[in-house]
Design a protein around this ligand. Structure first.
Ligand code: TXA
Ligand code: MG
Length: 325
C-alpha cells in the first residue's frame, strides 16, 4: 500500500521535502525533544485516518496537534489566563495542553476523537519547529510506534516498528528528553495532570503557584485521557518491577549502581544512569527496553527508580510496560 519509507536528513532540503509530503497528506515521522512523532496534516481527515491505521491505534484515542508557536496554537484552542501562563512558561517544550477546541477549528474530528477539547503542543526541537513552520498546517503526531509498543527515541526505532507503513522518517538522531510530553487539561480555571512527562509536577506547580488537580480523584464529568491504557510501552519480554533479586534468565534494568542479588547471573544488565541522574535515565529508558528485548531476554527485572522529578514519568511508563497484556 505505502511505498518504501523514505529516509530524510534534517537539512533544509530534507525538511522541505517532508513539509511537502505533509501538505500532500502523507505520513512523515520526525524527531521532537521527547520521542519521535508520526506526523500528518491534522486538517486532512484521510491523512489522520492513515495515522491510526499505520499504528494500529484505536480511533477513540485522540492525537496531539503540533504547532510551531503559541500564536499558531491559539487558532485551534481557547486559552484562558491559566493556559496562557503554562504556555508562556513551558513552550516550546515537553508540555501538552488539553483545551476547549476553537469553534472554527479546521482540525479533523478524527484527530480529537470527537471530543470538544483539543491537545496542543509546541515542541522544543528545532527540527520539529522548522518542519511545522514549513508545513504551514497543524500536524497530528502520536509517538511513531505500533500502538501499545515502546515509544521511539531514534529513527531506527521508528523503522523497526513502521518501515514500509509510513511515507518518510526524518533522522534527527537520539531524542534528548526520552519520555513523552506532560499532558495537562485546563478547564474551569483548574489544571489537571493527565499524563506525567518531560515537564515535572514540581515545575508545573511552581508556575501555577498551587498544586495540580489530580486526575485519579476525577469523577465521570472531569477530564480524562482516553489514551492512558494500563498496558502500554510494552516490550516483548515480560517486565517485573521493584525487584529485590534477579531470577535466573532475567535481564536487569537498574538505576544508580544498584546490583540486587542474582545480578551476576543476569542475561544482560543495563544501568539507566550509574550516577543516579533521572534526566539521563529518562533519555535512555525506551532504548534500554528495546535493547533488552533485542538481547532475547524472556523477562526484564527492573530495580526501583525514585519517584520524584522525572521519576514520576519514568515510573508511570514502567508500570504500563509491566501491566498485564
Ligand atoms: O511527547 C509527546 O507528547 C509525543 C511527541 C511525538 O509529541 N506525542 C505523544 O502522542 O506522546 P501520543 O498520541 O502517543 O499521546 C497523546 C496522549 C494520549 O494519552 C491521548 O489520549 C492524550 O494525549 N490526548 C490527546 N488529545 C486529548 C484530549 N482531547 N483529551 C484528553 N487527552 C488527550
Ligand atoms: Mg504513544
Amino acid at each position: 500500500m505505502t511505498p518504501p519509507t523514505l529516509r530524510l536528513d534534517p537539512g533544509p532540503a530534507g525538511l522541505e521535502r517532508a513539509a511537502q509530503l505533509l501538505r500532500d497528506g502523507a505520513l512523515v515521522a520526525f524527531p521532537t525533544e521527547t520521542v519521535y512523532g508520526l506526523g500528518a496534516d491534522a486538517a486532512n481527515g484521510a491523512a489522520v485516518a492513515r495515522v491510526y491505521a499505520a499504528k494500529g491505534r484505536p480511533s477513540f484515542n485522540p492525537l496531539i496537534v503540533h504547532v510551531p508557536d503559541l500564536a499558531g496554537a491559539r487558532r485551534y484552542g481557547l486559552f484562558d489566563a491559566l493556559a496562557l501562563r503554562l504556555a508562556e512558561t513551558f513552550w516550546p517544550g515537553p508540555l501538552t495542553l488539553v483545551l476547549p477546541a476553537a469553534p472554527d477549528s479546521p482540525v479533523s474530528a478524527l484527530a480529537t476523537a470527537g471530543l470538544e477539547t483539543v491537545a496542543l503542543r509546541v515542541p522544543a526541537s528545532d527540527i520539529a519547529r522548522d518542519l511545522l513552520a514549513r508545513a504551514g498546517a497543524p500536524v497530528v503526531a502520536p509517538s511513531a510506534n505500533r500502538s501499545g509498543h515502546v515509544s521511539p527515541t531514534s529513527a531506527a526505532h521508528v523503522l523497526a516498528d513502521l518501515d514500509g507503513r509510513i511515507d518518510a522518517v526524518i533522522d534527527g538522531g537520539d531524542t534528548a528528553v526520552g519520555v513523552e510530553s506532560t499532558v495537562v487539561a485546563v478547564a474551569d480555571g483548574a489544571a489537571t495532570l493527565l499524563r506525567p512527562g518531560g515537564v515535572t509536577r514540581a515545575q508545573l506547580e511552581a508556575a501555577l503557584g498551587r498544586p495540580l488537580a489530580d486526575n485519579r480523584a476525577a469523577g465521570p464529568a472531569k477530564p480524562a485521557s482516553p489514551g492512558m491504557l494500563a498496558s502500554h510501552y510494552a516490550p516483548n519480554a515480560a517486565v517485573r518491577l521493584n525487584v529485590t533479586e534477579v531470577r535466573p534468565g532475567e535481564a536487569l534494568l537498574t538505576f544508580a549502581g544498584q546490583r540486587p542479588p542474582g545480578t551476576e547471573l543476569a542475561a544482560a544488565v543495563t544501568d539507566l544512569s550509574p550516577s543516579g541522574d533521572l534526566a539521563e535515565a529518562a533519555a535512555r529508558l525506551f532504548g534500554a527496553l528495546r535493547a533488552l528485548d533485542a538481547a532475547g531476554a524472556a523477562a526484564i527485572a527492573v530495580a526501583p527508580v525514585p519517584a520524584d522529578g522525572l521519576g514520576e514519568a519514568i515510573n508511570d511508563r514502567l508500570r504500563r510496560a509491566a501491566a498485564p497484556r
